[in-house]
Structure formats: C-alpha cells, structure tokens
Design a protein around this ligand. Structure first.
Ligand SMILES: CC(=O)CC(=O)SCCNC(=O)CCNC(=O)[C@H](O)C(C)(C)COP(=O)(O)OP(=O)(O)OC[C@H]1O[C@@H](n2cnc3c(N)ncnc32)[C@H](O)[C@@H]1OP(=O)(O)O
Ligand SMILES: NC(=O)C1=CN([C@@H]2O[C@H](COP(=O)(O)OP(=O)(O)OC[C@H]3O[C@@H](n4cnc5c(N)ncnc54)[C@H](OP(=O)(O)O)[C@@H]3O)[C@@H](O)[C@H]2O)C=CC1
Length: 290
C-alpha cells in the first residue's frame, strides 16, 4: 500500500504532484538538486492552495494540513522509507537515468518507481533501475491540480501489481487514467506537440502573428489556450525535447522540430517559467513578442 510518496524535481510538475499528493493525505518528500527551487516550489504550492481556498475548493485547514505533510531536501536519503517515488526532473534521458542509478540503492526493496516523463521510453528508463518490474510511466498534465488526466505507461517489464497500485493512487488523487503503450511521447504528446510545433512553423513562415495564431485557435477551435501560449506554459525546452524524441524515435520528417523553436530554446527563452518565450511576461499582462 502506498502511504509515503517521494517526488524528484521541484519544477512546475514536481510542485504540482507534491501539491495533489499532500492534499490527498499522502506524506510527501520533495527532492531537488537546487535549494532555491525547493523554496520556490513550497511558495508556489502555498499560493496555489490559497487560490483553491479562496474559490472554496478546499478549506484553510486542508491547506495547512497538506503543507505540513510536505518535507523537502536535496538528498535521496530522505526517500529511504517511501513506498512510491515519482521522478519529475528535467526532460533529458541521461539526467533521468543518472537519478535512477543514484536513487535505487537507498530505496526499500519493495518501493515502486515512476517517471513523469513527457516522451522518453519507459522501458529504457526502467532498465536503468534495479527493479524494472516495479517501474511505470505516470504522466500528469500541467497544471496538475486542475487537469483531470494521468496517462499510465507500462514498460516491457512492468508487473500487474505495480500497474494496479499506481492506477489506484491516481484515482485517490481524484484523477482519471488513460493507458498508453510505450511509444515515443505516448498519446497526449504524440498528438498535442506536433500541433504546437505546427503553430511555431505557422509563426516562422509568417502566416500569422503570435496574437493571430493564438486567437485563431482559441476562438476558432475552442482551445482554452492558444498553442503558443500553451507552449510557453509547458516550457519551450520541454516542447523541443518531446519533438526530438518523436523525430528520433519515429524517424519521420513530419516530426522535425521547427527551427524557430530550436532558436528560442538556444536563446534560453523557455517560456513563462523564465519570463520570456513567445510572450514577454515581465509586465502585468503577457505581451506577444512577434
Ligand atoms: C507537456 C506534457 O507532457 C503534457 C501536458 O501537460 S500538456 C498541457 C496540458 N494542459 C493544457 O492543455 C492546459 C490548457 N489550459 C487550460 O485547460 C486552462 O487554461 C486552465 C485549466 C489551465 C485554466 O483554466 P481557467 O478556467 O482559465 O482557470 P483559471 O480561471 O485560471 O483558474 C480557476 C481556478 O482554478 C484554481 N487554479 C488555477 N490554477 C491553479 C493551479 N496551478 N493550482 C491550483 N489551483 C489552480 C484557482 O482556484 C483558480 O481560481 P483563481 O484564478 O481565482 O485563483
Ligand atoms: N511542463 C509540462 O507541461 C510537463 C512536463 N512534464 C515532464 O515533467 C518533468 C519535469 O518537467 P517540468 O516540471 O516542466 O520541468 P522544470 O524545468 O520546471 O523542473 C525540473 C526540475 O528538475 C530539477 N532537476 C534537474 N536535475 C535533477 C536531479 N538530478 N535531481 C533532482 N532534480 C533535478 C531542475 O533543477 P534545475 O532547474 O536546477 O536544473 C528543476 O528544478 C519532465 O520530464 C517533463 O517532460 C510532464 C507533463 C507536463
């Protein structure tokens, strides 16, 4: 039974996962390599829970109790009594494999492991652990507290016990699951990211401005966010990483990352999380940059 949950990576997904686990009464250990990021994550969780209190979704008591269930730290030692660990670090295969190698020796033998990867092979990540049968893809959507879906991805070796335990966990968090086979970028991102990449091509080729493209898709296709606003929200580094996995993994030129997306990432313009992407977030309201 899962009672104590470890979360590795305190970025936008890690803080969201810690948030929903703590609100569902799990003890949470949140780990990051960066102390400042841990502080920022706790502040973000606090702010987001306050928003939920204001709207009447949770009570102030729920908020305070959930915050008290989250412990943070930089050492994997903190995870030694966790029943389940979910990795939500940077979308780079080498980083995730290094984490698995360093993490496994400190874990309980029966602990289960998951990755929140957006695109990388679960079977390959599982092979970097000492327990491929207890490893699974658990792919939350952003923003975690609001989005209903969790994609579950079984690797070649994932056993039924792990799949059932993690599906039950997702349901306890109030989420609905959809199962995907272990193919590059799974289901949601196989479909969503090529659309976002196409929106960047539409901008690159001068078909429309940032504002025209986003307005067109918001009002013309009823998407809650335009594709460029959504790309900034996801993080352009994550978008590019997913397109690279699709391009390499499926060997089809239709997944070629747009050169403009590559340039933005090379410039460090990763989107909302750094204050600049297709929009400039330095003022009161986001300003389109093209
Ligand atoms: C890349 C990958 O691997 C996979 C992915 O995740 S792909 C990305 C998937 N996500 C999407 O496509 C998101 C698209 N956008 C949306 O669906 C919507 O814009 C949205 C759900 C994000 C926001 O919807 P909205 O109706 O505008 O909600 P919004 O008015 O901002 O918030 C309503 C309330 O929800 C709560 N809320 C909003 N954001 C929150 C957060 N991050 N945490 C907790 N509560 C939150 C607050 O109570 C908020 O009220 P206040 O604004 O008064 O504080
Ligand atoms: N953004 C999104 O919309 C979604 C992302 N995902 C996936 O979730 C994962 C995290 O994405 P996201 O939260 O957006 O990314 P962020 O860049 O916001 O956060 C990643 C965090 O991981 C930290 N980190 C890097 N290396 C390590 C390590 N070795 N140990 C612990 N922490 C580490 C980073 O620290 P530092 O900044 O110091 O490098 C950073 O704080 C990725 O796999 C991504 O594909 C899944 C669904 C949606």
């Amino acid at each position: 039974m899962i009672e104590k949950v470890g979360v590795i990576g305190a970025g936008q997904m890690g803080n969201g996962i810690a948030h929903v686990c703590a609100l569902s009464k799990f003890d949470v250990k949140l780990i990051d390599i960066n102390e400042a990021q841990l502080k920022k994550a706790l502040q973000t969780i606090d702010t987001n829970m306050s928003r939920q209190v204001k709207r009447g979704f949770i009570t102030e008591d729920d908020h305070q109790a959930a915050l008290s269930r989250i412990a943070t730290g930089q050492s994997y030692e903190l995870l030694k009594d966790c029943d389940f660990i979910i990795e939500a670090a940077t979308e780079k295969e080498e980083i995730k494999k290094e984490i698995m190698k360093a993490l496994c020796p400190v874990l309980k033998p029966e602990a289960m492991l998951a990755s929140n990867t957006s695109s990388i092979s679960i079977t390959r990540l599982a092979a970097a652990t000492d327990r491929p049968s207890k490893f699974i893809g658990m792919h939350f959507m952003n923003p975690v507290p609001l989005m209903q879906l969790v994609e579950l991805i079984r690797g070649l070796a994932t056993d039924d016990e792990t799949y059932t335990a993690v599906k039950t966990l997702a349901e306890k968090l109030g989420k609905t699951t959809a199962s995907s086979e272990d193919f590059p970028a799974f289901i949601v991102n196989r479909i969503l990211l090529p659309m976002i990449n196409e929106a960047v091509y539409t901008l690159y080729e001068g078909v429309g401005s940032v504002d025209s493209i986003d307005t067109a898709m918001r009002l013309g296709a009823n998407h809650p966010m335009g594709p460029l606003e959504l790309a900034d929200f996801i993080g352009l580094d994550v978008c590019l990483a997913v397109m690279q996995v699709l391009y390499d993994g499926l060997a089809d030129s239709k997944y070629r990352p747009c050169p403009l997306l590559v340039k933005y990432v090379e410039a460090g313009w990763y989107g909302k999380k750094v204050g600049r992407g297709f929009y400039d977030y330095s003022g009161e309201t986001p300003i389109p940059t093209r």
